[in-house]
Design a protein around this ligand. Structure first.
Ligand code: C5P
Length: 219
């Protein structure tokens, strides 16, 4: 059983996906972490994130593993635990760029599907319902006003100790959205059979309850 959750940055996907997975006893698959891991390797190798040729050449020697331990997820790149280095502003910006490279998406497809085979999974990303698990029985697409999403992301950054202005946060988020929505391969669009939820004025727990009701209705 796969539950697919897609949507733009700052819409609350990770938080609701993690809570939904925990309430249902499912595995939580954060696919953004995989793109972040590729971005981390790219930066660590001194490669420009826009250099698709060099990044493609790096893929055959790349190994990314996700370990799930007591509800937490660890990401290993060539056996090194990089989990705590994946959410820095540099990696975030690079992930948005490398994720538009077709070879990267192709390389990560079987990685995601293999994790999906482990059983009941709540998978969250940008193309889960359209490309990775198109036959998932339940799909959600979350949306929210861009200003609301930037405010949420700004609060997260400040709480994590990063210095970021609201204006810069808004610009970064809008730039990532634009790239995700307009890229040639697997752009961010709702699957035809996805349930749309606008989270602009909803609390996290209300979104999770709405999702649980939808899951109960199809099980
Ligand atoms: O969700 P998160 O912000 O961690 O994702 C990092 C980046 O990876 C996003 O900006 C997006 O460009 C990309 N991504 C993607 N497809 C996914 C998950 C993430 O293109 N399924």
């Amino acid at each position: 059983m796969i539950i697919a959750i897609d949507g733009p940055a700052g819409v609350g996907k990770s938080t609701v996906a993690r809570q939904l997975a925990s309430r249902l006893g499912y595995l939580y698959l954060d696919t953004g972490a995989l793109y972040r891991a590729v971005a981390w390797r790219t930066l660590r190798s001194g490669i420009d994130p826009t250099d698709s040729k060099q990044i493609s050449a790096l893929l055959p020697a790349l190994s990314i593993q996700m370990l799930f331990q007591n509800g937490a997820m660890l990401v290993l790149v060539n056996d090194v635990d990089v989990t705590n280095e994946l959410r820095t502003p540099d990696v975030t910006a690079a992930a948005s760029i490398v994720s538009a490279i077709p070879a990267v998406r192709e390389w990560l497809l079987p990685v995601q599907r293999q994790i999906g085979q482990r059983g009941s999974v709540v998978a969250e990303g940008r193309d889960i319902g359209t490309k990775i698990f198109p036959s998932a029985p339940i799909k959600f697409f979350l949306e929210a006003d861009a200003t609301v999403r930037a405010e949420r992301r700004h609060r997260e950054l400040v709480a994590a100790g990063h210095h970021a202005s609201m204006e810069k946060t808004y610009q970064d988020l809008s730039g990532r959205d634009e790239r995700d929505r307009t890229r040639a391969v697997a752009p961010l669009v709702p699957a035809a059979d996805a349930r749309l939820i606008d989270t602009s004025s909803l609390r996290i727990e209300d979104v999770v309850e709405q999702m649980l009701a939808a899951v109960a209705a199809v099980s």
